[in-house]
Design a protein around this ligand. Structure first.
Ligand SMILES: [Zn+2]
Length: 132
């Protein structure tokens, strides 16, 4: 039998019905057994209780503020560096060059990439401003 596809291995890991012979194959095939073990590890991690969230100590906020101050100072002293982001990052470049709202200075951007429930990949860019 050929190796079951990833969806079938995922179904086996979840305990869902799988085509006959697939589970037996996964038990006896080292490659599929390894994939299955990795999928089960991932499921275990996903089902683990979330750690209790605690507020960071004040020193973390001070460090963040001083880092933002440092980046704002660097941007103010070298404005050209903000406008020369690589072309491979159009979203970040757009965000970085968009004018800041009145009374605020853009001090940084961050982009996260995520998949939605339809497995479509999206980028979300957040802008970080400092009040003037
Ligand atoms: Zn296999």
């Amino acid at each position: 039998m050929t190796h079951p596809d990833d969806d079938t291995l995922a179904a086996i890991a979840l305990g869902d019905p799988a085509p006959s012979g697939a589970a037996e194959h996964a038990r006896s095939c080292p490659q599929c057994a390894q994939t299955l073990a990795a999928l089960r590890d991932t499921l275990t991690t996903l089902h683990a209780p979330a750690p209790e969230l605690v507020a960071p100590p004040q020193s973390v906020w001070h460090a963040v503020e001083s880092e933002l101050d440092r980046e704002a100072d660097a941007a103010a002293s070298a404005p050209a560096s903000v406008a020369t982001l690589p072309a491979a990052q159009p979203v970040a470049a757009q965000a970085a060059t968009a004018p800041a709202p009145a009374g605020f200075t853009l001090v940084g951007t961050t982009t996260i990439t995520y998949r939605d429930t339809q497995n479509v990949i999206h980028d979300a860019t957040a802008k970080l401003y400092r009040k003037n």
